[in-house]
Design a protein around this ligand. Sequence first.
Ligand SMILES: Cc1cc2nc3c(=O)[nH]c(=O)nc-3n(C[C@H](O)[C@H](O)[C@H](O)COP(=O)(O)OP(=O)(O)OC[C@H]3O[C@@H](n4cnc5c(N)ncnc54)[C@H](O)[C@@H]3O)c2cc1C
Length: 402
Amino acid sequence: MDRRNLLKNSFALGGLTGLGAGAGQTATAQAARVPLIDRPPVLAPIRAHVDRIYDIKSCIRPFRTKGPNLGVEQIGDATVVHNYGHAGDGWTLSWGSADMQVQKAMSFGPKKVAVIGCGIIGLTSALTAQRAGAEVTIYTREMLQRTRSMRANGVWGPGIAALASEAPANLADICEQMCRISLKTYRFYTGLSGNPIAWCDHYDLSDTPFDAPPPPRAPLPSGEPAPVFFRMPEGRLADLTPKPEILAPNVNPFPAKYAARTSKMYFNFSEYGHLLVSDFFAAGGKVVMRDFHSPGELAHLPEKIIINCPGYAAHDWWRDKAMIPVRGQTEWLIPQPEVNYGVTYRNVQARSKSDGIMVIAVGDAQHAKSWNNSNERPDRAEAEGAVRVMEELFSRFTGVPA
Ligand SMILES: Cc1cc2nc3c(=O)[nH]c(=O)nc-3n(C[C@H](O)[C@H](O)[C@H](O)COP(=O)(O)OP(=O)(O)OC[C@H]3O[C@@H](n4cnc5c(N)ncnc54)[C@H](O)[C@@H]3O)c2cc1C
């Protein structure tokens, strides 16, 4: 990982997120802040071998050039409050976005609310509406476990995605509000049995100094220049993530010359998803399995206030041409409960979760391949390539500083 990636607040496409501000200090200055007792503990190696891949998940990030659709529109006598287009930040923004949109929905004073979609955005919207006093029915063609949401990386990475040229003037305010509310809400799910949401150390490793000049940005495969994304103003979200510490060579347990450590919050999809769905039913929620084909069908629902959370499907269903598919893929190695950290090296990230070691290719070149790419077929060669980077790293890993 180069310095640009280390310093980035958010690449805003999920699984490509950086570390946040503050890593710019010199290694010496940062190392002085690492007291002896805060040396990395003994770390179990990741058993990264291609025959241990037990799942490959590929899907589309719901990128919207103008940022998430948070508008309200009328379809017949139904009021539709949109909540989709969170790109690579849906898990991160979910509760804050739900809070914002449920307030709009509840301002009409409904007793009953319909939610379209049961991905992470739909489910958190439904729970938030229940907590605001509404009787909620989710209409969806898939339950959470089968949605695109479950094919993410699943790490907290404050940020929001849009094209710089199309971002609304208040996008930074929206992002900040969503992130702060989400983080507060994640507190309620941290420390529970089964670890629905957990924190772990994350190590960024590099063969070159973090302050080396960044390489030029990779062009798109079409030869066009890479898109220019909206960036949050420097420092705006800085207090929401811990700053990375550069590890001095005498405390760096990895076989890479440069290492930085931070802490990351992540989502264990199985436990967290199960908990959210159970909470929804426990509060009297209903689910109707249904596939909508045109917006006009919403006017026939019994509920007249509808929160619309279809994710990328809004591209076809709502004919929202601001939606751009951004492909992503994660590969899953057999779980290793003894591994309790994550690592990024040579544009591959790995993180130990309760249901496996998640591995994902990140970085500019990967991003260029993903942009405007709607191919959701798992790519075995990509998966093996990413796992082999980790295999090579851990083949040299002794667990003690060189
Ligand atoms: C590889 C990858 C890594 C990612 N990593 C992260 C990360 O680390 N952190 C982060 O915060 N985010 C991450 N994301 C982004 C995150 O996964 C998405 O932003 C989020 O899942 C979007 O959720 P959603 O509920 O809007 O959409 P979806 O999960 O797609 O859910 C849409 C729902 O709507 C229903 N639906 C759609 N159309 C219809 C219809 N016509 N009729 C009935 N039902 C319909 C579907 O059945 C589904 O239930 C990542 C994404 C990818 C692909």
